[in-house]
Design a binder for this molecule. Structure first.
Ligand SMILES: Nc1ncnc2c1ncn2[C@@H]1O[C@H](COP(=O)(O)OP(=O)(O)OP(=O)(O)O)[C@@H](O)[C@H]1O
Ligand SMILES: [Mg+2]
Length: 365
């Protein structure tokens, strides 16, 4: 069996009396692009710093290629980290910023030059090598920061929200560039973000974190199609999944507070009727302007983006429903429209959303 690139075993971390990482177990394979996502304060940066060796876990083991590295200093772990604030040295040129760390390692000058030139070519910043950081755009500076990680030729790259200082257009461009970089270098990469689009588009596997615990790990579409609970379901996908409350009978009849009544094919046995939360992705809901549909809702607002239309509606009981259509339709505020539902694309969560219930015959099976 080949070694895992990284393995975390029962990692816990406390700051004083406050525990922020609550027992994390995770295996990452050679060459994987793994994205950690989760809301602010859930422990993403803390976990990355523990892996990098910048902080020590309170308990648990960190293994690189099956070797325990808890007591190995950061500089000897073979990892490179790229931070959100890419502190470049302002008085040094780009070339000096890239070579500085290697000079400290007393590497031969020819080897340093080779690595810097290779990284500059890969990142397309060759023409910027003589400039200082003050003479670069935000995206170019971020490329230099990534270059500084590349020249170390690490086993694993660690990225902590490297794009969050960039404007939307540049983020998108750098997102594609980092994905290309991964394809070219083939290194293991661990990437922290709270942007679910970055997670969905860049990751081989996503790790969803909440309050210092792993909620779910899986391929992007696995998590999108089979979220294990309401938290994961709500975190991935924009606009967010709609959540409606109601009851589920043992025979599979859903009776929702908004008035919707529908049968679903339950994949597990309920002993009695239970409170449940119905999850509806906005793109799975149909609109019928003429017929009544399954339910009638009132249009509160809408956004026509050309390729897609977002319709923000409300049920008579006050619960809201966002619909995403891949077409243009005539709409006006305050109008009543019919909406249709596809039970093969339902997500049903027990209670307030703690656990996804098994359903048979799902469309995305
Ligand atoms: N040095 C520290 N001393 C005390 N508490 C800390 C320290 N570093 C982090 N924390 C706490 O640990 C928790 C996790 O912080 P962390 O920085 O890992 O979150 P994050 O998921 O990276 O959030 P963000 O998305 O905002 O960057 C937070 O509650 C934070 O206040
Ligand atoms: Mg952070």
């Amino acid at each position: 069996m080949t070694a895992h690139a990284l393995e975390l075993k029962h990692i816990r971390k406390s700051w004083g009396a406050v525990q922020v990482i609550h027992g994390i177990d995770l295996q990452i394979e050679e060459g994987e692009f793994v994205v950690f996502v989760g809301p602010s304060g859930c422990g993403k940066s803390t976990l990355l710093r523990l892996i990098a060796g910048l902080d020590d876990p309170s308990s648990g083991d960190i293994l690189l290629q099956d070797r325990r590295v808890n007591s190995v200093p950061a500089s000897e772990r073979g990892l490179s980290m790229v931070f959100q604030s890419y502190a470049l040295y302002p008085h040094m040129t780009v070339r000096q910023n890239l070579s500085f760390g290697l000079e400290n390692l007393r590497m031969a000058k020819e080897e340093i030059d080779r690595r810097v030139d290779d990284a500059a070519t890969l990142l397309q910043i060759e023409m910027l090598l003589a400039r200082r950081p003050g003479q670069l755009s935000g995206g170019q500076r971020q490329r230099v920061a990534i270059g500084r990680a590349i020249v170390r030729e690490p086993q694993i790259f660690l990225f902590d929200e490297p794009l969050s200082n960039l404007d939307a257009e540049l983020r998108l461009q750098m997102r594609v560039e980092i994905a290309n970089l991964h394809a070219q270098l083939g290194n293991t990469m661990i990437y922290v973000t709270h942007d679910q689009v970055e997670a969905m588009t860049m990751a081989n596997r996503i790790v969803v974190l909440r309050a210092g615990k792993i909620e779910q790990v899986g391929k992007p579409l696995e998590l999108y199609n089979r979220p294990c609970n309401k938290f994961v379901a709500g975190f991935l996908g924009a606009p967010q999944m709609n959540f409606l409350s109601g009851n589920l009978a043992p025979d599979g009849t859903l009776t929702m507070d908004c008035g919707l009544k529908m049968p679903v094919r339950l994949g597990e046995t309920l002993s009695a009727a239970e409170k449940c939360t119905l999850g509806l992705r906005p793109e799975t809901i149909g609109v019928s302007l003429e017929g009544a549909g399954d339910m009638t809702v009132k249009v509160q607002n809408f956004e026509q983006l050309g390729a897609v239309t977002y319709i923000y509606t409300v049920f008579a009981n006050g619960e809201t429903l966002t619909v995403q259509l891949a077409q243009q339709i005539p709409l006006r505020r305050g109008q009543d429209i019919g909406v249709t539902f596809d039970p093969t694309r339902f997500h049903i969560f027990a209670g307030e959303g703690e656990r996804a219930l098994l359903l048979h015959g799902r469309a995305d099976a």
